[in-house]
Design a binder for this molecule. Structure first.
Ligand code: CU
Length: 306
């Protein structure tokens, strides 16, 4: 399933409908004004979208998945949003995380998942007898997306505002997942460390790496065969989902236990440390997966040198 928003909105000009003569905005204001998300230590995002969807459906007309009680079901989940983290749970069920970003991890039980833009999780559930909400809370935005799991003919349906108690229980951060042996990155001292600071502010909306907004000529040089350590220092008051193309890194910072991923969250004033083997020559983007952050310049390129 994928979770996303009903439309694209420009946070610089959210009132994109303007009166032809006065240029005064006529549409609703879509700039998010909400308290910080306790899980993200910052606003969930910048845009207050009119709708949040699961597989393209609104919460009052949700997709229903039919199964039998006792069925073991794999849910494959991607956050396909541009500016929204989702906290996802299935009412009355525990989930077992089996993969993240397509790579297997040691099976880990959880009640809820916090999923940044572009992150993926695979989970297993054993269906109970009843009708259950699969709720994706738009983190820090006071709104929800909904799908339904149905294993009997009960007429007792979850409503768009149903709030499964699991949403407020355990969430397992990716750094606490351990990779399956088949994909664990062998221990190796880094040959090269690249340190990048994340900059920008909500007020100026000037997101960048190292105070240099993206240009197509930027290169962080790396060489084939090197073990690279990327240290990403978040000097902003906002969280960011950082995504590297062409490689799958291991989460290696303090408390991290090596899960293989290509997208990872960094909280405000925290550091994300990731290791990977340079084994795929080319030019590869490293960018924030908040669409509005990457568009204002929070992107750069890792470039293989001969
Ligand atoms: Cu960002």
């Amino acid at each position: 399933m994928n979770m996303d928003m009903g439309e694209n909105t420009d946070p610089h000009n959210p009132n994109h409908k303007t009166h032809p003569k006065t240029h005064k905005p006529t549409g609703p204001n879509r700039i998010l004004h909400a308290p910080n998300s306790p899980l993200l230590h910052s606003p969930g995002g910048h845009v207050n979208y009119p709708h949040y969807l699961i597989n393209g459906r609104l919460p009052h007309a949700p997709t229903t998945y039919h199964a039998r009680p006792g069925d073991r079901i794999r849910l494959r989940i991607i956050n396909a949003g541009a500016d929204t983290a989702f906290r996802l749970a299935l009412g009355d069920h525990e989930m077992t995380i089996t993969h993240t970003d397509g790579y297997p991890v040691h099976h880990t039980k959880t009640d809820a998942l916090l999923i940044g833009m572009a992150e993926r999780y695979d989970v297993l559930i054993t269906a109970k007898d009843g009708v259950f909400p699969l709720t994706a809370l738009a983190e820090g935005k006071n709104a929800k997306a909904l799908a339904i799991l149905r294993t009997n003919t009960s007429k007792n349906l979850p409503t768009p505002t149903t709030h499964p108690k699991e949403l407020n229980r355990r969430t397992i951060p990716a750094r606490r997942l351990t990779p399956h042996e088949s994909v664990a990155l062998p221990h190796h001292h880094p040959d090269r460390e690249i340190r990048i600071r994340l900059n920008g502010s909500m007020k100026k909306f000037d997101w960048s790496f190292d105070h240099r907004p993206y240009t197509t000529t930027q290169r962080h040089p790396i060489h084939q065969g090197e073990r690279i350590r990327l240290t990403l220092i978040n000097a902003t008051s906002m969280w960011h989902p950082l995504h590297l193309h062409g490689h799958t890194f291991a989460l290696t910072g303090i408390n991290a236990t090596g899960a293989r991923k290509d997208t990872a969250l960094v909280l405000p004033h925290h550091k994300l440390v990731i290791d990977f083997d340079a084994d795929n020559p080319g030019l590869w983007m490293l960018h924030c997966h908040n669409q509005y952050h990457s568009e204002t310049g929070m992107m750069t390129i890792l470039g293989y040198r001969k």
